[in-house]
Design a binder for this molecule. Structure first.
Ligand code: GUN
Length: 292
């Protein structure tokens, strides 16, 4: 057994950003305004702040306009719904996101459902979820979208393969399982979706040709869960304390990277794998929203 190919999401994301930047230049040359993304950030959650700051930075890099709207933790649900209504009506904004998680006193699903589906660049609105299931045009959630793009650009086809997704969240595991099982260029896989109630996860995972780990439990995917020659995609980005780092924490994936890299054919690192591709998924959706 050799060493796995490291699937460099950072590099691929950089290439896609270049393509987007060129498309923005073309738009501007044709006399159109650049795409405009708005992000709503409630409260002061450290991880959410980091994610939103990255989104703003990415917009700048590709020539999009961006607007960051910060609101305090104690905003009422009605005030947030009013803000969503304003953003829906604002013709200068092509797409927007409300960063999750929201404070406990706010019903996140109600907020998501209030977003105009044509501006829902997160792809979380029930109409976009339904379109995804049916294979109809719409916005795909950024992480699964980014992962399919990463596989496609690395010549890794899921067609006919056994793909195992561990984790069934609304924003990663569930849509990932749907995209891989659809009859489409990036789909046509046989998909097993494992979750917290699944029995025999180790055996099921070890039968995967493509294993997608989205549990949020650092190091939980061990080498015994990986078939020799499998492709492993690590969606985990858990902050763990690390006094060596300036920030005081390091990002850990769900996969035991060192052990699995001796067994897999290819795998994504954390950081530098799925994360940058998620960010690019949002940019691609915003471009699409701007084109209408
Ligand atoms: N929180 C974690 N991931 C996401 C995401 O993709 N979109 C939003 N809005 N919030 C998140």
């Amino acid at each position: 057994m050799g060493q796995a190919e490291i699937i460099d999401g950072k590099k691929t994301a950089g290439e896609i950003r270049k393509e987007i930047a060129e498309a923005v230049r073309d738009m501007k040359e044709a006399g159109r305004r650049p795409p405009h993304l708005a992000a709503v950030l409630i409260g002061n959650d450290g991880a959410s702040e980091t994610y939103v700051n990255f989104k703003v930075k990415d917009c700048r890099e590709v020539g999009f306009k961006s607007t960051l709207i910060r609101k305090p933790e104690n905003i009422s649900e009605q005030e947030l719904l009013n803000l969503v209504a304003d953003l829906n009506a604002d013709e200068e904004i092509d797409g927007f996101i409300v960063q999750l998680p929201l404070p406990r006193h706010i019903d996140a699903q109600r907020v998501i459902t209030a977003i105009d589906p044509r501006k829902d660049v997160d792809g979380f609105h029930p109409e976009n979820v339904g379109n995804m299931v049916l294979g109809l045009p719409g916005f795909l959630p950024a992480t699964p979208f980014g992962i399919t793009e990463l596989l496609r650009r690395h010549g890794i086809s899921a067609s006919g393969k056994h793909c195992v997704v561990i984790g069934r969240s609304n924003i990663v595991g569930t849509p990932m399982s749907i995209l891989l099982s659809r009859n489409s260029e990036v789909g046509n896989a046989t998909v097993t979706l494992c979750h917290s109630r699944s029995q025999n996860v180790v055996e099921i995972a070890a039968s995967a040709d493509i294993l997608i780990a989205a549990t949020g439990r650092p190091g939980s995917v061990t080498a015994e869960m990986v078939k020799s020659g499998a492709v492993v995609i690590d969606v985990g980005t858990t902050r763990v304390p690390d006094p060596q780092k300036k920030s005081g924490y390091a990002l850990r994936g769900d996969v035991d990277f060192k052990a699995v890299s001796r067994k897999a054919r290819a795998l994504t690192p954390v950081p530098g794998g799925v994360g940058p591709m998620t960010r690019v998924g949002l940019l691609l959706n915003t471009m699409k929203a701007a084109k209408g």
